[in-house]
Structures are given as structure tokens and as C-alpha cells.
Design a protein around this ligand. Structure first.
Ligand SMILES: NC(=O)c1ccc[n+]([C@@H]2O[C@H](COP(=O)([O-])OP(=O)(O)OC[C@H]3O[C@@H](n4cnc5c(N)ncnc54)[C@H](OP(=O)(O)O)[C@@H]3O)[C@@H](O)[C@H]2O)c1
Length: 202
């Protein structure tokens, strides 16, 4: 299959692309790096990415920015960061991609474990992650031509502990390579409308 991985230059996306590469032709997409560039906050950039890549069988999104900070201090702009980037960016990858993907193709989006297991200072992220999972569950009912959609919800990655592990005290980190398996399960498997959680024992 020809699989587009958006965010393929990132911590999570690199591992996802590596696992998919074992079986598929992967097009690595980044914001500034990768084979192809896209800005998921810009609809015209998403359309240009699909034009450049042409026919494809699956898209994985392993990207999305969102603000973390104390609830009372979250500004309108900070709310909009997650809504415009991680939420609508990924939704628009599906909305535009569904017109172009091959029959029986698939979309796999990324949320995060705090959709179900919130942390302090994570209100904007939990809101967005829950919405992504809701979108996929509902969109799966209506996508035409055998197109599937799933979400992967990883816990904190071992590779990211140094960056923001302090906010996830008590959560057992998992290697990005383990999270990557859930993306492969979505792409290579048959299920749709699911959220695949990837977590340690806690
Ligand atoms: N890391 C974790 O522990 C963890 C855990 C659970 C969930 N997640 C979620 O997984 C996703 C990826 O996280 P990560 O840690 O791998 O992030 P990351 O290392 O910062 O990588 C981000 C990736 O997205 C690309 N990108 C940035 N802005 C973009 C834009 N506007 N449009 C398109 N692509 C853009 C980057 O491209 P360039 O390299 O070219 O800039 C890079 O490939 C996020 O949604 C995050 O919330 C991460």
C-alpha cells in the first residue's frame, strides 16, 4: 500500500513510519522536513499535499499541537491553538483525503491518553483529544467506499519523558516503537471507528 505519514519527522511519527516501511511504500510528510511538506492548519496546504502525492491507500496523522497550562489562565488564542491545529487540522486531513483516497483506504489519527485519564494543566488537550475520538467514531459510520478511520491514543512516550515527563508522574511511559504497532494495526487491520489505547500498566 502507499501510506502517507503526516508528522513522520517527529518523535512518534518516525517510529510509525519505520514500522509501516517494513510492509508499505511510505510518503514521509513534515512541516519543514520530510519528502513532502504540509501545514495542517491551512486547508490550501493540505490540498496541495494531496495533489503532490496523488493516489494513496492510507493516511496516518502523527502530529498536532495543543496548549498545556492552568485552566484559569487559558486564553482564547490558547484554546484556538489546539482547536485549529490538532483537532481541525486532523479533521481536515480526513475531509480532504476522503475525496481522494483509494477504495477501502483508511485514516488513522492521533489523540493522547489524557482523553480518558486527564492530568492537571491538560484541559485544552483533553478536550481536543476527546473530540478527535468522537469525530472518528462518528465519521466511521458515514465514510463511503469502504474507507475506515481509527484513532491511536498513546500514553507518554519514553522518548519524550525528558521533555514533559514531570506532568505525567505515575504514568508508565511506552517506547514510540510500541505505540507504532497500534498505527500498523489500524492501517493493516480491518477495524473502523475505534480508538486504540497504548499505555503501560498505569
Ligand atoms: N510524544 C509523546 O509522548 C506523545 C504522547 C501521546 C500523544 N502524542 C501526540 O502525538 C503527536 C505527535 O507528537 P510528537 O511528540 O511526535 O511531536 P513532535 O516530535 O514535535 O513532531 C511533530 C511532527 O509534526 C510535524 N508538524 C509540526 N507542525 C505541523 C503542522 N502545522 N502541520 C503539519 N505537520 C506539522 C513536525 O514536522 P517538522 O519536523 O518538519 O517540524 C513533526 O513531524 C501529537 O499530537 C502529540 O500530542 C505524543
Amino acid at each position: 500500500m502507499k501510506v502517507i505519514v503526516v508528522g513522520a519527522t517527529g518523535t512518534l511519527g518516525k517510529a510509525v513510519a519505520e514500522d509501516l516501511n517494513k510492509r508499505h511504500e511510505v510518503v514521509e510528510v513534515g512541516f519543514s522536513g520530510g519528502d513532502v511538506q504540509v501545514d495542517i492548519t491551512d486547508l490550501s496546504s493540505i490540498r496541495a499535499m494531496y495533489e503532490e502525492i496523488g493516489a494513496f491507500d492510507a493516511l496516518v496523522s502523527a502530529t498536532g499541537d495543543v496548549h498545556f497550562g492552568p485552566l484559569e489562565d487559558i486564553t482564547q488564542e490558547q484554546w484556538k491553538l489546539g482547536l485549529n491545529n490538532k483537532l481541525m487540522g486532523q479533521i481536515n486531513l480526513v475531509m480532504e483525503g476522503a475525496k481522494r483516497v483509494n477504495d477501502n483506504g483508511s485514516f488513522t489519527l492521533t489523540s493522547g491518553i489524557i482523553s480518558k485519564d486527564p492530568i492537571r494543566y491538560g484541559a485544552a488537550a483533553t478536550t481536543v483529544c476527546s473530540a478527535i475520538e468522537g469525530f472518528a467514531a462518528s465519521a466511521a459510520l458515514e465514510l463511503p467506499r469502504g474507507i475506515r478511520i481509527n484513532v491511536v491514543s498513546p500514553t507518554i512516550l519514553e522518548e519524550s519523558v525528558e521533555l514533559f515527563g514531570a506532568a505525567f508522574a505515575g504514568f508508565e511511559p511506552v517506547p514510540a516503537a510500541k505505540a507504532a504497532l497500534a498505527f500498523s494495526k489500524s492501517v493493516d487491520g480491518a477495524r473502523s471507528g475505534q480508538t486504540f489505547e497504548v499505555k503501560g500498566h498505569t
